[in-house]
Design a protein around this ligand. Structure first.
Ligand SMILES: C[S@@+](CC[C@H](N)C(=O)[O-])C[C@H]1O[C@@H](n2cnc3c(N)ncnc32)[C@H](O)[C@@H]1O
Length: 376
């Protein structure tokens, strides 16, 4: 079982908070797409013939591609890989790109799940973020996806924005739950280096994310999601029965995946490789038959820390048997000692063989997880 991630490295404008790799110049779009097709050829052995269960177009903004361009990439994957009969094929779409006929064309090419970058149902938040769409388009985009025939729709929302009142977050959630979505991701705003946001905070023009209000908003989020029948399966992710994100779940269960395109990373259980975050350099190297990536063999400590990092963010938690079998007695003893101390402090709980972060501590998961790392 494996997945393929395709990074589409363009955006029409710059959202102030975003540090994913993208360019706003589409000058070399055709050439770069050809390079991505060539990279698929070069990487065709990477997953060792494993069946492909999920394909994910992320970005950047994958909805800047035409349906034909997206279809061409998919056809090429189908030609070279053993794709399952019932794959999950997701495309991240921005609300301002979501015309019904375009979405229908994407469906014909094989896209069967949309992840819509709504972020907020309020114009002032969207302006603050420098999004291209407005609140009306946030609502219309979900309706367009339904009309185009999608029955597996996810949306992204952001909370913890400086000055955001809890009543506004409540209304955002009400809007989300009153629309026909099956999954959503709600991210606490993070201040990433080298973003417009970071620059403005440094100059005193904007405030840092509001962690205190953020933790109350997280509490409201989890309560409302539970009432609406959504399962909270990863810190930022929620699904209705039958609509878990298979692709993201496979990352959190350490399944192998191949990443195609500038800045994409790949993982095959023993190593990780990162493609260069530069569109021109990517094209240049691929034209010479070279995959422009840095490669890292994962040490036993890295593999253990990755397992802790991903599993403790999920509802199923870290399994002591997996730790014992995969990482050996030394790491197991370290884990049990740390986990027991965290249980004493009320931060972790044990369910069967699994250790899970308690609901009231989930918002602070990052700190708990780094306390559990093995540093030698
Ligand atoms: C790869 S981005 C999606 C890109 C898509 N083109 C869009 O803008 O809607 C995935 C999601 O991560 C979230 N995100 C990105 N940067 C963030 C940040 N600094 N803080 C919180 N959420 C962030 C946003 O909700 C975004 O939709």
């Amino acid at each position: 079982m494996a997945g393929i991630y395709i990074h589409i490295p363009w955006c029409r404008n710059v959202c102030i908070y975003c540090d994913f790799h993208f360019s706003v110049s589409m000058r070399n779009k055709a050439e770069l797409l050809e390079s991505m097709i060539s990279e698929i050829d070069l990487q065709k052995e990477y997953l060792g013939g494993e069946k492909i269960e999920t394909i994910y177009f992320g970005g950047g903004t994958p909805s800047v591609l035409s349906a034909d361009e997206t279809g061409r990439i998919l056809e090429h994957i189908y030609r070279l890989f053993d794709v399952s009969g019932e794959p999950e094929i997701t495309l991240e779409a921005n609300p301002d790109d979501m015309a019904v006929d375009y979405l229908q064309d994407l469906r014909k090419r094989g896209i069967n799940r949309l992840s819509i970058g709504i972020q907020s149902f309020f114009d002032d938040d969207l302006k603050w973020m420098n999004r291209r769409h407005d609140a009306g388009q946030s609502i219309k985009s979900i309706e367009a996806a339904k009309r185009a025939g999608y029955d597996n729709i996810s949306i992204d929302l952001i909370y913890g924005i400086p000055g955001m009142e809890i009543s506004k977050w409540y209304k955002n959630l009400e809007m989300a739950f009153s629309s026909d979505i099956q999954h959503f991701s709600a991210y606490h705003l993070t201040l990433e280096n080298k973003t417009v946001y970071a620059h403005k905070v440094k100059k005193g023009m904007l405030q840092e994310p509001d962690e205190k209000s953020g933790s109350l908003q997280f509490e409201l989020l989890t309560e409302m999601a539970a009432k609406m029948g959504f399962s909270h399966y990863e810190i930022s992710n929620f699904f209705l029965p039958g609509f878990i994100s298979r692709h993201n779940t496979s990352y959190w269960k350490q399944e192998p995946y191949l990443g195609i395109g500038p800045s994409a990373n790949s993982y095959n259980k023993i190593s990780r490789q990162w493609n260069v975050r530069n569109n021109s350099l990517y094209i240049k190297e691929i034209s010479k038959g070279i995959i422009p990536s840095t490669y890292e063999m994962l040490s036993a400590d890295d593999l253990y820390n990755e397992y802790i990092l991903t599993s403790l963010r999920t509802a199923w938690g870290a399994d002591e048997n997996i730790i014992k079998e995969n990482f050996g007695a030394g790491k197991y003893d370290h884990f049990i000692k740390q986990a027991e101390a965290l249980i004493q402090k009320g931060k972790l709980e044990k369910n069967g063989n699994s250790f899970i972060i308690r609901p009231s501590w989930k918002f602070f998961a990052d700190g708990i997880i780094s306390d559990m790392f093995f540093t030698g």
